[in-house]
Design a protein around this ligand. Structure first.
Ligand SMILES: Nc1ncnc2c1ncn2[C@@H]1O[C@H](COP(=O)(O)OP(=O)(O)O)[C@@H](O)[C@H]1O
Ligand SMILES: [Mg+2]
Length: 389
C-alpha cells in the first residue's frame, strides 16, 4: 500500500492514488514507515511538502532503496521543477488537480518497481567455488586515472601466483577499458541482459574477453543508449557470480555516484578512492568520503590513493592529507609513460613492470589486497546489508 506524505491535510481529503494509502504527516514518518516495510515500493509526496525537502528525500531514497518510486504532486509544474525533480530521481511530477494522471503515474511506477525487484539478485548461495574480493576503483572526478589504475591493478593482481582476476568496466556510457588494452568488445555487459535474474557461472563466463592467462575482462557496451538498458541489480548479480569464479574482481567506474556504482560499492570488499593533487579532485574526494560514511560503508575497507602524486602543482602531500582528512595509503608518481602505454594499448605493468608507476601499483596490490596487514572486509557482499534497508 503506497505511502502518501501530505502534512497539512493528512486527516482530511487524501490525494487519490488508485487504491488505499497509508498517510504520513512528514517525510520523517515516511522514512520510518519504509524502514518498517521493506516491501513498499511507492511514495507519493503531496503539494504541501517543501520542494527542497522532497527532492533531498528522493535523491537519498534513490540510493538507499532504488526500487521505491517517488511521485511528486505539485500545484504548479514547470520545466525547471521537472528538471530538478528528475535529477533527484523522482519518477513523475503530477499536477495537483489531475487525479487521473496521478493514478496512472502510480500504476507506471509500480510497474517499474516490479521489474527492478524481479531482476534483483537472489540471496547469495552458501557454496561458492571461490570467495573472490570485489575491488571498486572510484573517483568522483573524471581524469583522475581510474581506468589506468584499474587495468594496471588487474595486471598486478594476475601476476600473483595462482590468482585469477576479472576487470569489469562499469563506466557503461564511456567505458574505455577495451580500447586501452586493445580488446575487441565483441561481448559486453549488455549481453548479460537476457540472463538477468538467473545468471550462473557458465553465463557469466560467456560474457568475458580474455586478456591474458588469469586475466579476463567484462567490457562496457559500445552502442550509445545501451548503458541505460543495464538495470543496477544486474550489476550486483554479475559481481556476485564473478566473485565465485575469480579471486579478484576489479571494477572500473564512471565519475559519478550512479546507482550502478553504488551496487558495486555494496558488493565490494575494498573501495579504492583515487585522487590527483588538485583542488577540484580533492574537494570531490572529501564529498565522496562523507557520502560513504553517510551510507555506513565500513571505513576499514577504504584506501585513498594519490595518483600523479609528484605533480608540481603547489600542493604538498601534507596539504593533500589535511584537505582530505584521510591518510593516503599509496602514492603513484606521474609519468608520461602512462598515457604512452595506453596509446600503445599495453598496460605499463605489462610493458615495464619495474617502472616506478608499476612498482607503486604492485606494492599497493600486495600490501592492501593480496596480503593485507589486517583483513579488510571478509567476503564479498559483506557491506550490502549495511546500506540497504
Ligand atoms: N600516473 C599517471 N601519470 C601520468 N598520466 C596519467 C597517470 N595516470 C593517468 N594518467 C593519464 O590521465 C588521463 C586520464 O586517465 P584515465 O585513467 O582515463 O582516468 P579516468 O578513468 O579517471 O577518467 C589519461 O590520459 C592517462 O594516461
Ligand atoms: Mg575511465
Amino acid at each position: 500500500m503506497p505511502i502518501l506524505c501530505e502534512p497539512a491535510t493528512a486527516a482530511g481529503h487524501l490525494l487519490p492514488v488508485g487504491g488505499d494509502v497509508r498517510a504520513a504527516d512528514s517525510l520523517q514518518s515516511v522514512s520510518q514507515m519504509l524502514e518498517a516495510d521493506p516491501t513498499e515500493t511507492l511514495v507519493v509526496i503531496g503539494p504541501d511538502t517543501p520542494i527542497a525537502d522532497a527532492l533531498t528525500f528522493a535523491s537519498t531514497l534513490r540510493m538507499t532503496r532504488p526500487a521505491v518510486g517517488v511521485i511528486l504532486v505539485r500545484t504548479h509544474v514547470d520545466v525547471a521543477l521537472l528538471t530538478h525533480a528528475l535529477r533527484a530521481g523522482v519518477r513523475e511530477v503530477v499536477p495537483a488537480d489531475d487525479a487521473a494522471a496521478l493514478v496512472a503515474a502510480c500504476r507506471r511506477s509500480y510497474e517499474i518497481s516490479k521489474r527492478l525487484v524481479s531482476t534483483a539478485p537472489p540471496p547469495a548461495e552458501p557454496e561458492q567455488a571461490r570467495e573472490g574480493k570485489v575491488v571498486t576503483v572510484f573517483a568522483a572526478k573524471g581524469g583522475c586515472g581510474k581506468t589506468s589504475f584499474a587495468v594496471n591493478l588487474g595486471v598486478a593482481l594476475a601476476n600473483e601466483p595462482g590468482v585469477r582476476v576479472c576487470v569489469v568496466d562499469l563506466d557503461l556510457a564511456f567505458g574505455d577499458v577495451a580500447i586501452s588494452v586493445q580488446l575487441d568488445p565483441a561481448r559486453t555487459i549488455v549481453d548479460a541482459l537476457p540472463m538477468a535474474g538467473h545468471l550462473d557461472t557458465t553465463g557469466a563466463s560467456s560474457l568475458l574477453t580474455r586478456y591474458k592467462p588469469n586475466l579476463e575482462m567484462l567490457l562496457a557496451p559500445v552502442t550509445p543508449g545501451d548503458a541505460e538498458k543495464v538495470p543496477p541489480p544486474l550489476v550486483g548479480e554479475l559481481l556476485r557470480v564473478l566473485s565465485g569464479i575469480f579471486d579478484f574482481v576489479v571494477v572500473d567506474t564512471p565519475a559519478q555516484f550512479s546507482e550502478h556504482v553504488l551496487v558495486a560499492m555494496d558488493a565490494s570488499a575494498h573501495h579504492v578512492l583515487l585522487t590527483t593533487p588538485d583542488v577540484p579532485a580533492l574537494k570531490n574526494l572529501r564529498i565522496t568520503l562523507d557520502m560513504l560514511d553517510l551510507l555506513s560503508y565500513p571505513r576499514q575497507i577504504r584506501s585513498v590513493v594519490l595518483n600523479r602524486a609528484d605533480s608540481k602543482v603547489g600542493l604538498s602531500l601534507d596539504d593533500v592529507e589535511r584537505v582530505v582528512r584521510w591518510p593516503i595509503v599509496a602514492h603513484i608518481p606521474s609519468s608520461r609513460e602512462v598515457p604512452i602505454s595506453i596509446n600503445k594499448g599495453t598496460p605499463l605493468m605489462l610493458a615495464n613492470p619495474s617502472h616506478p608507476v608499476s612498482q607503486a601499483i604492485g606494492r599497493f596490490a600486495r600490501q592492501r589486497l593480496v596480503t593485507p596487514a589486517e583483513a579488510p572486509a571478509g567476503r564479498v557482499g559483506r557491506s550490502r546489508g549495511r546500506r540497504r534497508a
